[in-house]
Design a binder for this molecule. Structure first.
Ligand code: NAP
Ligand code: ZN
Length: 355
């Protein structure tokens, strides 16, 4: 059985998003029904809606940085109650049994792959999943997060559900902490959370940016300085000095310029998934200093809860610009230009007027 939902969808790669009516499943025993209050706008939403990656199913309702209020729960749900403030991130299901799921790394599910909050195979209704640019969502309790922040901060909490965990997870995995020099490449949605979290973990943080005008913000967010990545002299001054670099750039670019800044045994972890591949990195830069280029995908559910609790403890939220649902295409266009300070968040009340 289903009930009607309202959302905003891309009908094709080259058409603007528009109001879209669809069906959500009625809650099963383990499900939580969530009225969506706010949804962050991730660059992955844009990549998917505009079919920059292969495999977008249309109509596509993006959105995987969801904060909302529990409207109802299934009979087997004990951890959540009506009225609770909760979050949903990039995943709504996984096999639950493979080694990765068993270790709480559901994002690396080895059998079915995790089910994306949007554009994934809907395990109950068939077809594909619809995300958070909508009035409500029905999610298995295992993929619902508790939000401990003040209610006044909820819009700025939404981006933690993707940008927060995607930066927190690799910073933890590569054991970033005091005494380390850490670089964050690209000061956008992911990047600005990377700065805040790495600084809260005690690292000395530098931002690499193509936008010199973001320097004051970078320092306010917790960085020592902003290095203009297109300025060879500024880059050279930091050669061989970084323990770890987190690269959030959403477009194809030269990786060698950043690898050269790593110390011996340093790692640069890639988060961005550009439409076109990066030029192949120079092998000599890696082997002569045992440097590594790695990748990292969001984070598991338990780690997402840990990140949310860390952000409460350290008083961290995103810097956001609130938009109405109908402004989504303008927001995407600004995101392509790097003109985001530093995450757009949709006030889902605006859906009523827009839909
Ligand atoms: P975003 O807000 O648009 O930020 C990306 C930043 O990269 C921009 O603000 C800009 O910063 C820099 N940049 C953009 N184009 C550039 C270019 N041509 N050359 C150099 N720098 C450029 O995007 P986001 O939401 O943070 O997402 C970043 C990427 O991560 C996307 O590809 C997204 O799909 C991916 N992502 C991956 C995961 C994962 O699990 N690995 C999760 C979420 C998102 P400056 O102005 O400072 O240069
Ligand atoms: Zn995302």
């Amino acid at each position: 059985m289903t009930s009607p939902a309202k959302g905003y969808a891309a009908g094709a790669a080259d058409t603007p998003l528009a109001p879209f009516g669809f069906e959500r499943r009625d809650p099963q025993a383990g499900d939580v029904v969530i009225d969506i209050l706010f949804c962050g706008v991730c660059h992955s939403d844009l990549h998917t809606a505009r079919s920059e990656w292969a495999g977008t199913s249309y109509p596509c309702v993006p959105g995987h940085e969801i904060v909302g209020r529990v409207k109802s729960v299934g009979e087997k749900v004990a951890a959540f109650a009506v009225g609770d403030i909760v979050g949903v991130g990039c995943m709504v299901d996984s096999c639950g049994e493979c080694p990765s799921c068993a270790e709480g790394e559901e994002q690396y599910c080895e059998t079915t792959g995790f089910v994306g909050t949007y554009n994934g195979p809907d395990p109950v209704l068939g077809g594909h999943t619809f995300g958070g640019y909508s009035d409500h969502i029905v999610v298995d309790q295992k993929f619902v997060l508790r939000i401990g922040h003040d209610e006044k901060d909820l819009a700025a909490v939404a981006p933690l559900l993707c940008a927060g965990i995607t930066t927190y997870s690799p910073l933890r995995h590569w054991k970033v902490g005091p005494g380390q020099k850490v670089g964050i490449v690209g000061l956008g949605g992911l990047g600005h959370m990377g700065v805040k979290i790495a600084a809260a973990m005690g690292a000395e943080v530098y931002v690499f940016s193509t936008s010199p005008g973001k320097r004051d913000d970078a320092i306010r967010l917790g960085a020592r300085d902003l290095i203009v990545s297109t300025d060879a002299e500024q880059m050279q001054a930091h050669a061989n000095s970084f323990d770890f670099i987190l690269n959030s750039v959403a477009a194809s670019h030269d990786l060698d310029a950043f690898v050269a800044l790593l110390k011996r045994d340093g790692t640069m972890t890639l988060l961005g998934v550009p439409e076109h591949p990066h030029p192949s990195p120079t092998v000599g830069n890696l082997i002569f200093k045992r440097r590594a280029i790695a990748g990292s995908l969001i984070g598991g559910i338990a780690e997402t809860q840990e990140m949310l609790d860390f952000c409460v403890e350290h008083d961290l939220v995103s810097d956001i610009e609130m938009i109405g649902m109908a402004q989504i295409d303008t927001a995407y266009d600004r995101m392509v230009k790097g003109d985001v300070k530093y995450r757009f968040v949709i006030d889902m009340q605006s859906l009523k007027a827009a839909a």
